[in-house]
Design a protein around this ligand. Sequence first.
Ligand code: NAD
Length: 695
Amino acid sequence: MNPVTYTLQGPVAVLTMNNPPVNGLGHALRSGIVTALDSALADPAVTAVVLTGGEQLFSGGADVREFGTPKSSMSPNLPDVIRALENASKPVVAAIAGHALGGGLELALGCHFRVARKDATLGLPEVKLGLLPGAGGTQRLPRAIGVEAALQMIVSGTPQKAATFAGTDLLDSVVDSDVVAAAVALAQQVVADKRTLRRLRDVKLPTAGADAFLQFARNSVKAAAKGMPAPLACMEAVADSVTQPFDEGLKRERAAFFALMSTPESRAARHVFAAERAAGKLPDVPSDTPLRPIAQVGVIGAGTMGGGITMNFLNAGLPVVLLETSQEALDRGLGTIRRNYENSAKRGKLTAEQVEQRMGLITPTLDYAAFKTVDLVIEAVFEQMDVKEKVFRQLDAVCKPGAILASNTSYLDINKIASFTSRPQDVLGLHFFSPANVMKLLEIVRGEKTAKDVMATALALGKKIRKISVVSGVCDGFIGNRMVARYGAAANALVVAGASPQQIDKAMERFGVAMGPFRMGDLAGLDIGWATRKRKAAEAGVPHEPTVADKLCELGRFGQKTGAGWYRYAPGVRDALPDPVVDELLAQYRAERGITPRKISDEEVVQRCIFALVNEGARILEEGIAVRASDVDLVYLNGYGFPAHRGGPLCYANEMGLFNVVRTLRDFAAEPGAFDWWQPAPLLLKLAEEGRTFA
Ligand code: NAD
């Protein structure tokens, strides 16, 4: 396919970009634009040029398929293309529909005039990838909409609707439809009026009062950036648009762009961007696998998870049959869902009418017969195999053939659950995270017998309810909870060895996690892990050796919900207060085991907690539980508050160097009485030996 279509509308040459899906500015398209432009300039019958992506989409920016390849910077690079457009001797008009984002908007800024459909979105989101717009965006946008507005747009990276820019020099005209026709008409008008070509590079920005404003902006950006380099670099580049000549500003912008490219923060952000695109692709499930239609959903259990899960489907306009064991439990669950929606309405996020519409999509029931028509059922009842068994046997009896039967279990064996039915091919895990209506992550657990079209349907459904879906194989705790168990064990071992919960939480929060492990434990409830450890010991036929957390549970300290756990809590307040009772319990626990507490550095705290995650992540990968390393990172980033700027545990390990990670793990494993899971995973050893990374 030719990346640029060249057509004539009278004396106007229309260059239509053609690089699906988003007109990514890959090398073929870039050179196609320049070639087509040269033809138009050379043709004496052509008086003006329109550059467009047609009525659907202008350009989404760089071609992500070229990221990290030599093609991304091969000439003509984007600045070359923009220079050619800007220096053209005939008027060039951009006709923008859909999106003009990143390099797409920079391309439009190089044209002399711009027309956009009012619902088009315009933006420079590079900061979200830890970068700045590197093809003149920071120099031309301020010259089009003013320094303050441009700064806001570039530092936040948030795109805006075209209608917002009506009346600015960014857009000469905003139209309801037929943007190409409008651009052709404008081009002819410009020629007829003999208007001078407007090159944004020639605009001089006023310098009066600029210094004070820029200093003020610098302070606010610095405070909000929390140490991230990209927002500050964006700030300085925009400042250059005022204080430097255009060419110097451009030169500095390009240098800053390449400097940001090699920061760990940008590498992490680009890793996450690519990870989100890769997740949800299964090597053995073709992308054209026919999907099972999902028009009605069933949810069993209206507790913490069932209620949140239900809301996901209501929000997507899908009706839900919600089943409970008693009218009282059903009413309680419905009450919580309504309260959540009414709170959103109070914050202006929903209208009263929308609240009623969503509540109206629920059919509450106490009777399994109501599941006869549903296309998918998700079970969110108590975490006990015998309870799950009863539920799945009943579902097998009432659900129509082909209905998908899902469990929200956190740890239980999906293959075993599937065996309670006569249709294991229709069974899978859909593991939501709490609060299920808020958290972005969905682990889709693939059983041994789960059919391919069931996987494809679940992945499509995940998109529909706007989750980040990651596929996991069956193991205890799947990807996320299996890893967090090691993290918790590492943190617990640290308090036993001599650190305090406060020290560990602070060290991890400085590393960037949303909440340290002990505050997180108190929030989630310590009783869940206690029950799991007791169950596992019973399953393995060994006596249960209580951990410190278990000792806390034995005292009725389950965390925030009982007013005390690793910390104590004043009634109604979430602040974690240090508690001497815990210090005493720890001292006693150590004394009973003959452990002399030692001083532990914050660096060691971080290494132990994170490398425990990395090592388990590697095992998950080598066992084939996760399809790819970046899936492990996505789970941890979106389900467990791992700092986004570090790109996930495995991305962080790559940054640290796997060789170094292995050396440290070996040291931990060699200590007397060390857990055997400190032994470096074979995959990690192999990658480290070969000098490779998880990527
Ligand atoms: P919950 O106790 O808040 O809710 C369970 C609900 O199921 C209760 O309302 C109960 O009345 C109902 N119920 C019990 N047996 C039932 C049956 N036979 N038929 C119909 N309804 C029945 O528990 P939860 O926290 O919502 O957990 C539910 C499931 O989700 C568990 O498997 C749990 O492991 C999993 N999970 C929980 C979380 C979490 O953070 N709470 C996160 C992910 C997954």
